[in-house]
Design a binder for this molecule. Structure first.
Ligand code: ADP
Ligand code: MG
Length: 283
């Protein structure tokens, strides 16, 4: 039995009905844990029975690399999809994790904004691609969650992600400037909501790289919880060396070391995300 089968046996939850839920990992700051969370929340959701697609919208392609997708298997990428040369279905590749697939990215994506110019539908490229995927959903592409890994900026790629999403999930690093930039991000969400996507909401804020021995980390947690209240998930992701080692093996941390505190935290976060989804749906 593989580790993923083991998690499935232990934590299996009924797959979420009414699909897919589309969540963007967004924060214009780099290095806060967007990609790490896309990979590991995606893996944890898949491990407990959800069917997950990660869409890599960062030209750096770290989510793709971190999941072991080498450059040669990116014949069709999210760039081809957004430029209109391929359906999203063609960019999807399997990962080593059952029920987890990814649409990989390449550096070409960095030129997209210029290439699209002022095309009328430029902000809706991703939304249209996901809609087309859903309409033609086969058993293999019948996802319950789509997680979009955004680049570290509020550019056209991030706007495409926000226009396509039900909600935004914001990773915040537990460091001194954590809240800096958050109001600008929230403002952008507000703008997208009032112009491109009225249903867009903030799913939650996840505190990352938390170090309980560090007073500053604890102070940041207190500040963020005071400022953002119940939007902050109870689960915090600890700073954990296993989390940072895993990508160099092309593996999610849950596969690299299921029993480490990082894996446990991402499993807990997945449960909390699903729980929050249920509450949202009930209202
Ligand atoms: P972003 O996508 O927001 O730019 P990443 O997810 O790539 O951020 O994370 C930035 C760096 O921090 C990466 O090297 C990653 O491995 C590391 N990292 C992320 N989360 C953790 C964590 N909880 N513990 C230790 N290292 C982490
Ligand atoms: Mg990233």
């Amino acid at each position: 039995m593989t580790v993923m089968d083991q998690v499935y046996q232990e934590h299996r939850a009924p797959a979420s009905p009414g699909h897919p839920r589309i969540l963007s990992l967004a924060n214009q700051k780099g290095g806060v844990g967007k990609t790490t969370t896309a990979i590991n929340l995606g893996t944890a959701l898949a491990a407990i029975g959800e069917r997950v697609l990660i869409v890599d919208l960062d030209p750096q392609g770290n989510a793709s690399t971190g999941l072991g997708i080498d450059r040669h298997s990116r014949n069709v990428s999210t760039y081809d999809v957004l430029i209109g040369e391929a359906p999203l279905r063609d960019a999807v590749v399997a990962t080593a994790v059952p029920r987890l697939q990814i649409a990989a990215s390449t550096m070409d994506l960095s030129g997209l904004e210029l290439e699209l110019g002022s095309t009328r539908d430029r902000a809706f490229r991703l939304r249209n691609a996901i809609t087309a995927l859903n309409i033609d959903a086969t058993e293999a592409t019948d996802y319950t969650y789509v997680l979009i890994d955004c680049p570290p900026s509020l550019n056209l790629l991030t706007v495409n992600a926000m226009a396509a999403s039900d909600a935004i999930l914001v990773p915040l690093q537990c460091e001194f400037f954590a809240l800096e930039g958050l109001s600008q991000l929230l403002q952008t969400v507000e703008q997208v909501r009032s112009t491109l996507n009225p249903k867009l909401s903030i799913h939650g804020i996840v505190l990352t790289m938390f170090d309980s021995r560090n007073n500053l980390s604890n102070q940041v947690v207190a500040d963020v919880r005071q400022f953002m209240g119940s939007k902050v998930y109870n689960t915090m992701i600890p700073r954990n060396v296993r989390i940072s080692e895993a990508p160099s093996y092309g593996k999610p941390v849950l596969v690299y070391d299921l029993k480490c505190v990082g894996s446990e935290a991402y499993l807990k976060l997945a449960t909390e995300v699903i729980e929050r989804e249920r509450t949202l749906r009930a209202h």
